[in-house]
Design a protein around this ligand. Structure first.
Ligand SMILES: NC(=O)c1ccc[n+]([C@@H]2O[C@H](COP(=O)([O-])OP(=O)(O)OC[C@H]3O[C@@H](n4cnc5c(N)ncnc54)[C@H](OP(=O)(O)O)[C@@H]3O)[C@@H](O)[C@H]2O)c1
Length: 232
């Protein structure tokens, strides 16, 4: 059966590459993006449907879910990809507003979008949610001197991604009828990091694409990168 896949923040970067790869693999991709111009342009390049969604805005998220309900009727795979690093400022200069924006976009939006789309996922025979987390949210990797994740101090982004991973495992426990897994793309050249990442977007989407295409028996509540399980 056709796999209907909704991706947030898919107008560029890892979200766009995921949309491109899954479309090529035969999924019916719905490309979510907050900006109608950038979103429609990206969707037109891939020949897929664009749906406006600002993940921080309740009304926009509700409209997006209603739009998909009206047209596609269900979602098989939801990919919570939209994310930000927040303002580039020295840590002592960070404000509550900086923290609110990062947590609102990266964490609270995962709850908002997932819960708005759950009724559509529950109409799928094999529903799956993929949360795009990060190795930067892993306690193990950020304490491993051999890993690049241990060399960077970014309190807001790392704490937000740790929360995304925990949301994933908690949803997996609470909603056993839907598979919830977290992906760590690895350090990938995108606008998010001024293209400093050492991986290509193709490499950076391997974990997401693998979670989106694996057999449902692969399980729920996992945290994986392109080579396998990630230490918590
Ligand atoms: N690149 C890496 O090395 C790396 C590593 C680990 C995890 N990740 C994660 O991967 C995900 C994608 O990042 P990326 O590297 O592809 O970054 P990117 O190129 O900057 O793309 C981020 C996407 O999120 C969208 N977005 C931001 N705020 C949004 C909002 N409120 N509503 C809807 N969309 C919103 C952006 O839309 P606009 O174009 O409108 O701003 C853009 O489409 C993020 O969750 C990031 O944390 C990235």
């Amino acid at each position: 059966m056709d796999n209907i896949t909704f991706i947030t923040g898919a107008n560029k970067g890892l979200g766009y590459e995921t949309a491109r790869r899954l479309t090529a693999l035969g999924h019916t991709v719905i490309l979510g993006a907050r900006d109608p111009g950038r979103g429609q342009a990206a969707a037109s390049r891939l020949g897929v449907r664009f749906v406006q969604i600002d993940v921080t805005d309740d009304a926009s998220v509700r409209r997006a879910a209603a739009d998909v309900e009206a047209l596609e009727g269900r979602v098989d795979t939801l990919i919570n990809n939209a994310g930000i690093t927040g303002r580039a400022a020295a840590v002592p200069e960070l404000t509550g507003a900086d923290a609110e924006l990062v947590f609102e976009t990266n964490v609270i939006s995962v709850v908002r979008v997932t819960n708005a789309f759950l009724p559509l996922l529950e109409r799928s025979p094999t529903p799956a949610v993929i949360n795009v987390s990060s190795g930067m949210g892993s306690q193990a990797l950020t304490h491993d001197p051999g890993r690049v994740e241990s060399t960077i101090a970014a309190p807001l982004y790392t704490a937000s991604k740790a929360a995304v991973t925990m949301l994933t495992t908690q949803y997996a426990k609470a909603v056993p009828g839907v598979r919830f897994n977290a992906a760590d793309p690895g350090y990938t050249a995108t606008d998010l990091n001024g293209h400093s990442g050492h991986q290509t977007v193709n490499e950076g989407t391997d974990a997401i694409v693998s979670l989106a295409t694996e057999d449902p028996s692969a399980g729920t509540g996992r945290f994986v990168d392109r080579v396998g399980p990630v230490a918590w």
